[in-house]
Every structure is written in C-alpha cells, then in structure tokens.
Design a binder for this molecule. Structure first.
Ligand code: PMM
Length: 272
C-alpha cells in the first residue's frame, strides 16, 4: 500500500504532494513502483497535529481519488470522518482506512456497511493532539493484550453496524498512543492480533521508533529520510509472517523485498 498524503503537514512528506496534480502524479509514480493499493489521505495524524476542516479534507482527497480510481487503481481513503468516507467511496475508493477504528466518528461504520468497501480498523485512543498522553498499558499482558482487546471491540462495533467480518482488516497502529518499546512489543507480539483471525496491515514507514533504533552515538534519532533500509527489513520479517499489507512511502524497495520473500517461499512453502 503506497501512501499519498495530500496534506501540508504530514510528518515525513508534508506539503510534497499537497496539490491535486502533484498527488495524482505521485500516485502514478507509486503504481509504477509496484504498489497494489494507493492510500490517499487529507488529514495529518502526526503527534500534535490539529484537524483540518471537513471541507478542506474533501477538497484534498476527492479529486485525487476520482482521477486515480477512474484509471483503475485500487484506492483506499485514509480518513476518520463518515462524510469523507462516503464522498471517497462515491469517487471510487474501495477501501476505507480509518485510523480510529470507528471511534472518532462512529457514523463511518454505517457508511462502510452500506457500501462494498473493505474497512481497515486501526488501533487508536485519541486524536493526535492528545494521543501520546495515552501511551500507558499497565494491564496484564501489557500493550499487546490491550491492543488486541481494544481492536476486538472495534471489530464488534463494526460488525454490529453491518460490516461483514470478511471485509475487515486490522492494524496495530504503530506510533499512535505508543512509545517505541510499545511498537516493538506489538511487532513481536503479532500473534495476539493474528488470533483475531483477520488480515493485518502494518504501517512502520519512516516512523520515529525506527529513527530511535538507528540513533547515533549522541542519541540523535536517524533523520526521517534515512530510515528506509530498517523499514524494509521490518517489512520483510512481517511479510514472512504473512501480514496482508505494508503501508509504505517508498514502494519500490518494499516491493523488491516482497519479491525476494515470494521467491524464497516458492521453494520452501511456509515451513522455512
Ligand atoms: N499511519 C499514519 C497514517 N495512517 N493508517 C494505517 N492504517 N496505519 C498506519 O500505521 C498509519 C495510517 C501516519 O503516517 P503518515 O503520516 O506517514 O501517513
């Protein structure tokens, strides 16, 4: 899944694809690099971000989705808002990627239920301005048990609103109300999410836990643009585990890695 952030303020690429034409061209580039899905978003969720007006979010994403979907691309809309999801589906989006899993705007669940779109429910606790204050997981089983429980509740709500289970994909929400250690716990504890029996999408691309892992001797995090090799390594591990999707900014390197995984699995099956 290649990322097209039509935003002025995303943490790693804010402003780069902020016009309709630049975003569409970026979508073409990601398809050429081998993306299966284009994830188009008009709201930055970086820590501390303020929310855009609904009208601005619509203006950002709808024309980009219309153009790319009309060309046959499989488009996902990255939104927490029912109104934006509805407009995106009308414009041709076939996946709704809701980073709040239906918590920010519960009406989004009915919008998806009334369509044929797939639904990504990500683990989330609060909007970006507040989320890092909620990065506490003191219960038995820590962050892994809490995320599995809370995502399980999101699935129940989605099903109650009429979204069939077959259309739901789960995402641990790396970096959302999570410290770096929480993110690593989730990666290594993926079995607890897999136990929910649904496909899993993971977004680690350029995130700060990779920057911290690769920090220099002074403890200075590796800059955002120099985390790609680590991201590909993580994506390779996750692909070997059988995750459904990887949400990435640089598609080519991940696609190359997935080809290697595919070639190895062609010879070894799942038993290597
Ligand atoms: N991360 C971001 C935005 N949307 N959606 C899903 N499903 N999973 C994620 O991890 C995720 C997301 C933040 O990253 P960005 O600002 O680089 O898009």
């Amino acid at each position: 899944m290649g990322i097209v952030n039509v935003t002025p303020d995303s943490f790693s690429d804010g402003g780069r694809w902020a016009t309709t034409d630049a975003a569409i061209a970026h979508g073409h580039d990601l398809l050429a690099q081998g993306a299966d899905i284009l994830d188009i978003g008009g709201e930055s969720t970086r820590p501390g971000a303020t929310r855009p007006l609904v009208s601005d979010e619509l203006d950002r994403v709808v024309p980009v989705i219309e153009a790319l979907a009309a060309e046959g691309a499989l488009v996902s809309v990255d939104t927490m808002r029912a109104e934006v999801a509805a407009a995106a589906i009308a414009a041709g989006a076939r996946i709704v990627n809701d980073v709040s899993g239906g918590l920010a705007d519960p009406a989004i669940l009915r919008v998806v239920a009334d369509s044929e779109a797939q639904y990504v429910a990500m683990h989330w606790r609060a909007h970006s301005a507040r989320m890092q204050q909620l990065a506490t997981y003191d219960g038995h089983g820590g962050v892994v048990a809490a995320v599995a429980d809370e995502l399980g509740a999101r699935v129940e709500d989605a099903e109650a609103a009429g979204i069939p289970r077959e259309r739901i994909i789960l995402d641990p929400g790396l970096g959302f109300a999570k410290t770096a250690d929480h993110n690593w716990d989730l990666v290594t504890g993926l079995a607890a999410l897999e136990a929910l029996g649904l496909p899993i999408l993971v977004g680690s691309s350029r995130k700060s836990f990779l920057g911290l892992l690769l920090a220099d001797e002074q403890g200075e995090p590796r800059p955002v643009g120099e985390r790609e090799a680590a991201n590909v390594a993580l994506g390779t591990i996750l692909a070997l585990r059988g995750v459904w999707g990887l949400r990435v900014h640089d598609v080519r390197a991940t696609v190359d890695a997935l080809r290697v995984v595919g070639r190895v699995q062609q010879s070894t099956g799942d038993g290597w």
